[in-house]
Design a protein around this ligand. Sequence first.
Ligand SMILES: [Zn+2]
Length: 177
Amino acid sequence: MKRVRCPKCDNYITFDETHYQAGQSLVFECPQCHKQFGVRMGVSKLHNIQKEEKTEEAAEDKGYGTIVVIENVFHYKQVIPLQLGDNIIGRYMKGSGINCPIETVDPSIDMNHCCINVSYDKNNNLKYILRDGPSNTGTFVDNEILGDRERRVIEDGSLFTIGATSVILKIKGNKED
Ligand SMILES: [Zn+2]
């Protein structure tokens, strides 16, 4: 899958590039703002898109772990590094200012859907606490919805669901490994 960015609202649109040939002109309609725009499938354009994807695949773990957003019909796979403190997770929208935006067209993900707080516990191990936004559709851990004021400790490999999207916490260099 490849993607293009809407020139009006910055929303990402994913498409299957194997259906098209280099040099072919495509017209997209942005599902978010309904702007129509054309993209020519030049070789260089494809190359640039691939390069961008690689950069994100190799998204640097800053030492506080990452979240892996599993690919589905709304978006491709994304790896987003976490930082100490609050990591606000939601659907990417221009100007929303959150630090863990997911580029997706999943309409059931809020702009500010949930948050992972990263801190050190008293034994100097990293600790990850998930809480809901509060969001419209909720945040689920092990198919259980988090309560409005619930704070759930999550660990390496923990899977949670926001909208139709599954996310896995990955912690490298965990002291307990
Ligand atoms: Zn748009």
